[in-house]
Ligand binder design. Structure first.
Ligand code: 5GP
Length: 193
């Protein structure tokens, strides 16, 4: 998606260890116009999939997921990383190893929000090794919901996440695909959505 790749070229900053910082427009300060465009793109791509819920993980997946949900006309659910006192219902839980924080956390969604009648579109800001997506897939499976697709803003194609998800037979659509972050520079793969 041209707007997104252009914005990464302009405002993305490569940190060591294969990490891209996008805090100007996604992970801290958020550009609502760009996020709305990404949400609409996801909605277009998955329009014929009979999606009933959009699911993401807090916090940076929320903005694109909300716009995708709005465009699809369905609710958005974000998995929580820490249990709140107000989450007093039965929970779906799984554990996720965080690539950037290097800690394992338990993520959860109240069981009442997902059921075996749901077809879910998962959305996240980054795809690296696929652990966040795998944790969300696990939550959906616990509810008997089907994951119809995964929409990612920025895929780091030099990491293993896409392969992991394709091996589960789940379609992955990434709006920007990064081939490498060598020498402080972002190199994109040709094909992106
Ligand atoms: P994965 O679970 O696929 O290994 O990593 C995805 C999660 O880690 C995303 O939810 C995102 O928060 C974080 N992440 C992975 N790589 C990067 C990166 O290069 N930059 C930023 N800002 N976050 C990343």
């Amino acid at each position: 998606m041209k707007e997104l790749t252009e914005r990464i070229k302009k405002n993305g900053r490569v940190l060591g260890d294969g990490v891209l910082k996008v805090d100007e427009f996604v992970t801290h300060q958020v550009d609502p116009v760009l996020m709305e465009a990404t949400g609409q793109r996801f909605a277009e791509v998955f329009a014929d999939q009979n999606i009933t819920k959009v699911v993401t993980i807090e916090s940076s997946g929320i903005a694109p997921a909300l716009y995708a949900a709005q465009a699809l006309g369905v609710p958005m659910i974000f998995a929580r990383k820490s249990k709140s006192l107000t989450m007093d219902e039965e929970l779906l839980t799984s554990s996720v190893y965080s690539f950037t924080k290097q800690v394992t956390s338990t993520i959860s969604i109240s069981r009442k929000f997902l059921s075996n009648e749901d077809r879910v579109l998962l959305i996240d800001d980054f795809l690296a090794n696929g652990q966040a997506a795998k944790g969300l897939i696990e939550l959906c499976r616990q509810a008997g919901a089907e994951v119809a697709g995964i929409g990612i803003l920025i895929e780091k194609s030099f990491q293993d996440g896409r392969q992991l998800l394709e091996d589960m037979d789940i379609p992955v659509v990434s709006l920007a695909r990064i081939a490498s972050l060598h020498d402080g520079k972002v190199a994109f793969l040709e094909e992106d959505a």
